[in-house]
Ligand binder design. Structure first.
Ligand code: PHE
Length: 356
């Protein structure tokens, strides 16, 4: 029995892993293990012998069992220590910074303009970018033969051969949203409509896709004076300084009278400053909504009248943030976007400030 004991205590001490321990357990104290075989021999012994050998065998079995479980625990601890060493992680190291995206100047300026007009009671309306030529032209008093229709450099959708429905167009201005809003809400109404517009034109100050904000205010007692006040109020809030405006008589088929509006500016070493000097820069078209247009929108021109305007957002963004080339707006050049973009938390509000 002493040999048996020494043999297993040594084997257990040398076991390399849990699999070896399990093998030893089966060999030593398993049902057919060496201790069990010895137990079986008890039957052949005299009662006196059995009284000595029985307890001794049981004690040996206990000793081996506890050596097995002690070794098993030791092996598991060692394995855990090993793992902890390799999986070590310094949680005090500084994190790796990630570059954040930025808000495009067009989006930022759209939000700024919206905040200012919202404060004056204008709600935001939207319309589709692919329009029927009725909404884009006819309803706005631009009939088929009208020269303005040709001047718009319109993109027409393709029609299959034999399909002689009039084509759709990529809207050339946001003015069709005037008609859609009149149809939907009637009068009185006070809305602005920001969005994309399209014209086939490309140079430093023109891209085939650009942005406008349409404005429309209809009521029973709205005049050109209201239009002037609203726009002057807008420019002053937008540029953060008093800006003089110049209303030049002009023609758009959907307004009568019509005016183009310039803002006061100064050119200095190739860049422009708004609100100073005695140069002028055209930024929008406007006027009193033409009676034909009111009728197209289902509104009685004898009862309601009002003004409309269309501002070029891209132009405003260039002026306010000193961006020289319009085409760069839509190049998706990350260096440009990081330079001219806005932090996503810089939400423009009238109380928090519109200017960076
Ligand atoms: N729709 C005109 C344009 O795109 C602008 C405009 C809008 C003019 C409303 C008068 C009234 O140039």
């Amino acid at each position: 029995m002493d040999d048996l004991r020494d043999k297993y205590i040594n084997l257990i001490a040398d076991a390399a892993d849990e699999v070896a321990i399990e093998d030893l357990r089966v060999q030593a104290v398993g049902k057919k293990g060496e201790i069990a075989l010895k137990m079986r021999e008890l039957g052949k012994m005299t009662p006196e012998e059995r009284q000595i050998m029985g307890p001794k065998l049981n004690a040996l079995k206990d000793e081996i069992n506890s050596a097995l479980s002690a070794k098993k625990t030791a092996l598991a601890d060692a394995a855990l220590d090993e793992r902890l060493k390799t999986e070590w992680l310094d949680v005090t190291l500084p994190g790796r910074g990630r570059r954040q995206g930025s808000i495009h100047p067009i989006s930022q300026v759209t939000e700024e303009v919206t905040a200012i007009f919202a404060d004056m009671g204008f709600a935001v309306a939207e319309g589709p970018q692919i329009e029927t030529d009725w909404y884009n032209f006819d309803a706005l008093n631009i009939p088929g033969h009208h020269p303005a229709r040709a001047e718009m450099d319109t993109f027409y959708t393709h029609r299959a051969e034999g399909d002689d429905r009039p084509p759709h167009v990529l809207r050339t201005h946001t003015s069709p949203v005037q008609i859609r809003s009149m149809e939907k809400n009637g009068a009185p109404i006070r809305i602005i409509c920001p969005g994309r517009v399209y014209r086939a034109d490309y140079d430093q100050t023109h891209t085939p896709m650009f942005h406008q904000i349409e404005g429309l205010a209809l009521g029973k007692d709205i005049s050109m004076a209201n239009l002037k006040w609203v726009l002057e109020e807008f420019f002053t809030a937008f540029f953060g300084t008093e800006v003089k405006t110049r209303f030049r008589s002009s023609h758009f088929p959907f307004v009568e009278p019509g005016a183009e509006v310039d803002i006061q500016c100064k050119w200095e070493n190739g860049s422009v400053k708004v609100g100073e000097g005695d140069d002028w820069l055209e930024v929008l078209g406007s006027g009193m909504v033409h009676p034909h247009v009111l009728k197209s929108g289902g509104i009685d021109p004898d009862e309601y009248q009002g003004f409309a305007f269309g501002i070029g957002i891209d132009r405003l963004a260039m002026l306010k943030y000193g961006i020289p080339d319009l085409r760069a707006f839509f190049d998706s050049d990350l260096r440009w976007l990081r330079h001219y973009g806005f932090a996503s938390l810089d939400q423009p509000t009238l109380h928090g400030g519109l200017v960076r």
